[in-house]
Design a protein around this ligand. Structure first.
Ligand code: C2E
Ligand code: MG
Ligand code: MG
Length: 736
């Protein structure tokens, strides 16, 4: 019986004896086989080719062809070659068993057939076929599996190769980039280093040689910290700190020791290297030599706080230092300090007469001498021009400060020898002792300056100690300055005119215009109270313009009323600042033109000091004034720094003899006035004496040959109305 699960096997039975065929077919069918029976060889071939046959029972002897040939043909055809063929032959027939196997037969059975044997042999053959088929299938499956594995392997291999290729490419790129970076590191002037986290050097760029003098190779393996300046070790360590920010870049500035032994400043950018986000494996640093830049910065800082001429600390330094002192005094009890502010007396005239170079040399020499007479703790500061401040540390006693001031005064008494010239100088000194009312350096300097101003006002070469009364006076001065501004704006200055008479006949030859300040609701203010301040503040220039303007208006008024003869002249006082003002001449021209008056009516009174400047500008202005026909007069002649040499160089017409010399005249001694008159005569100049108050003086002046005089003996300065009346009276008298 065949298996239930499989379709029954189909067996082709080939036998030329119909009875045999029938019996065999029956037997086989009974055993569950599908049977096809044929009588000839040809039929056998046709059935085997057209229907699926699992096994053939083939009789050797057949009518049309023998069983061997049938077998041979079936084996020769691919579709039937695998069908197992069992030969059948009668026992008495000759069965060539060898041939049966040679043509492809699988087995043979001899007749008479025993069913049990036939079935057993059939089963064996079918099992063999089945086993062969299974083996074939197994082989096929195995082959398919091998094929699939091979394909997978090939793909994996391909992927591996691609990956290797990529890696090789990346490696090549890395090598190129490393070479490029190394090339950059090798050739850049900055120092590039690779450190371990403890600072040990792993790589040092060749610039190390030029920057520090070391061979880069010898530095590898050493720790940079051992080359660092002891004071900067902590700064350098910062570079090796674990990063704190997400983009860690540490900047640090420290000094490294060069092979030659000196230190240079390096500014370093450090970037930690990490294998992942947390672990730092090393540090890359890039350092630049900033020694020169820091030196320049240091020099600039020094320059900002020091005076280039004397090398002393300057005003900026003093302000900073005073602020620090004030903070210190707020914290500590019994902390006090003193200040001396010095101003050299008449220093300007040294500059004016001997030139700035000599002035500078004198300042240097003074600075040196001052340093010599101070205590170690005292600091001397040049705050500008000829002004110095001495900071007296830990000085709470005004007597101590006075002692220092006296020593300073005393030290300056010895003349200075500057390039072979003997120069004398003295200083006015303000003294201030700090107290707890001060909170700003400016206030300290303001008050010591007030004390200095007082010392100067008091006659120079002396000291004054600051007191609150001085502050009040300064306040008054500040108010006066404000008032002066509005006086100019509101035209509060008025001219008074003091008559000048010729000697010996007392004929009126002119007036001196003298300014007064007519402040509403107040008595007239005399020039002695405001001229100096007007000069200091520069307001004198505007004031002089108004005086000239008024003078021209007065002349025009008098001429218009025929009160002014041609030889009458009005003198106007011109201060140094006004004389140096480039607007003076254009302004004079304009005023004369506006009033249509002749320049001959004017005389300008200037001081000796202007001539002492000896500048070409001054000479130029003097010449231009002269060219216009305006006369020039030297006021208060003999009180300044007379040097007779200069007088002849300038186009001067008149010397005004100062009142002090007129006052000094006694019956026995007229020497100064006489000298001035003789000098004027020799230089072809005329003289006007000032301040003659009595007849004796007038007579003596006449006797000495003085050309003209003004003074209370004749008249004080008169208002415009009074001067006009004087002219009118004279006019009347002459015409009468
Ligand atoms: P100064 O130019 O030497 O003027 C002479 C001063 O002596 C005037 O004082 C005058 O009033 C005064 N004086 C005249 N005769 C006598 C006298 O017999 N006895 C006494 N004791 N004094 C007499 P004033 O007007 O107070 O002027 C003082 C100074 O102010 C002037 O001295 C001059 O340097 C200056 N000043 C006056 N007005 C002006 C001006 O408009 N511009 C400029 N830049 N300075 C002026
Ligand atoms: Mg005068
Ligand atoms: Mg005078």
């Amino acid at each position: 019986m065949t298996s239930d699960t499989h379709p029954p096997a189909t067996i082709l039975v080939v036998d030329d004896v119909p009875e045999n065929l029938r019996l065999l077919t029956q037997e086989l069918q009974q055993h569950g086989y599908e049977v096809r029976g044929v009588l000839t060889g040809k039929m056998a071939l046709t059935v085997a080719h057209s229907t699926p046959v699992d096994l053939i029972l083939l009789d050797v002897r057949l009518p049309d062809m023998d069983g061997y040939e049938v077998c041979q043909r079936l084996k020769a055809n691919q579709s039937t070659a695998s069908i197992p063929i069992i030969f059948i032959s009668a026992l008495d027939e000759s069965l060539d068993k060898a041939q049966a196997f040679a043509v492809g037969g699988s087995d043979y059975i001899t007749k008479p057939l025993k069913t049990i044997e036939v079935i057993a042999r059939i089963k064996t053959q079918l099992s063999l076929v089945k086993a062969r088929l299974q083996l074939q299938q197994f082989n096929q499956d195995l082959e398919a599996q091998v094929q699939q594995r091979t394909t997978e392997l090939a793909q994996a291999n391909q992927a591996l190769q691609a990956e290797m290729q990529t890696r090789q490419q990346v490696e090549a790129e890395l090598r190129t980039s490393e070479a490029r970076y190394r090339l950059i590191a090798d050739h850049m002037s900055d120092l590039v280093c690779l450190h371990q986290v403890d600072g040990t050097l792993q790589y040092v760029s060749p610039s190390c040689q030029s920057l520090l003098g070391y061979d880069p190779e010898t530095l590898c393996g050493q720790n940079l910290l051992s080359f660092c300046h002891p004071d900067d070790v902590d700064l350098l360590r910062q570079c090796f700190q674990p990063p704190t920010a997400p983009e860690p870049l540490i900047t640090s500035c420290y000094r490294l020791r060069c092979q030659a032994g000196h230190y240079i400043w390096l500014e370093t950018l450090a970037r930690p290297l990490s294998n992942d986000a947390t672990q730092v494996t090393g540090v890359v640093t890039s350092s630049r030599d900033v020694t020169q830049r820091l030196n320049i910065e240091e020099q600039l800082r020094y320059d900002a706080l020091h005076d280039s001429l004397t090398g002393l600390p300057n005003r900026n330094w003093l302000s900073q230092q005073l602020d620090l002192e004030l903070v210190r005094c707020r914290r500590q009890k019994n902390c006090q300090f003193g200040l001396l502010m010095l101003d050299l007396d008449q220093f300007k005239s040294v500059n004016d007469t001997l030139g700035h170079l000599m002035g500078d040399q004198l300042l240097i020499a003074v600075a040196e001498r001052l340093q010599g007479c101070l205590r170690e703790t005292d600091v001397i500061v040049r705050i500008g021009g000829d002004e110095f401040v001495v900071l007296l540390e830990n000085t709470g006693d005004v007597q101590e400060a006075i002692q220092v001031a006296s020593r300073v005064k005393h030290s300056l008494q010895t003349p200075f020898n500057i390039q072979g010239r003997i120069l004398r100088t003295s200083a006015s000194i303000g003294i201030l002792i700090n107290n707890d009312t001060y909170s700003a350096s400016d206030d300290l300097l303001r008050d010591v300056d007030i004390a200095l101003y007082q010392a100067k006002e008091g006659g120079r070469d002396r000291y004054e100690i600051f007191g609150t009364d001085m502050f009040q006076m300064t306040l008054k001065r500040v108010n006066l300055e404000n008032d002066l501004h509005s006086a100019i704006d509101q035209h509060q200055f008025v001219n008074y005119y003091q008559p000048i008479y010729a000697l010996p006949d007392y004929q009126l030859i002119g007036f001196e215009a003298l300014v007064r300040w007519s402040k509403p609701g107040q008595d007239l203010i005399m020039p002695g109270e405001f001229i100096d301040l007007a000069e200091e503040t520069g307001l004198i220039v505007a004031m002089t313009q108004q005086v000239i303007q008024q003078t021209c208006e007065a002349i025009q008024h008098w001429q218009h009323h025929s009160l002014m003869t041609e030889d009458l002249r009005i003198s106007v006082n011109i201060s140094g600042q006004s004389f140096r003002d480039p607007e003076l001449l254009p302004m004079l021209d304009q005023s004369l033109k506006k009033m249509a008056i002749s320049p001959q009516c004017l005389t300008l009174e200037i001081t000796e000091r202007i001539l002492l400047e000896q500048s070409s500008n001054i000479l130029d202005t003097l010449t231009k004034v002269k060219q216009r026909g305006i006369r020039l007069s030297i006021d208060d002649f003999g009180t300044g720094y007379s040097s007779l040499k200069y007088l002849s160089k300038f186009p001067i017409d008149i010397l005004k003899i100062d009142k002090s010399f007129v006052d000094e005249m006694t019956e026995n001694s007229h020497s100064i006035v006489r000298t001035i008159v003789e000098l004027a005569q020799n230089l072809n100049m005329s003289t006007v004496a000032e301040g003659a108050e009595d007849e004796r003086q007038v007579q003596e002046l006449t006797a000495l040959g003085c050309d003209a005089v003004q003074g209370y003996f004749f008249s004080p300065a008169l208002s415009l109305a009074a001067a006009t009346k004087l002219l009118a009276d004279l006019n009347l008298r002459q015409s009468g």
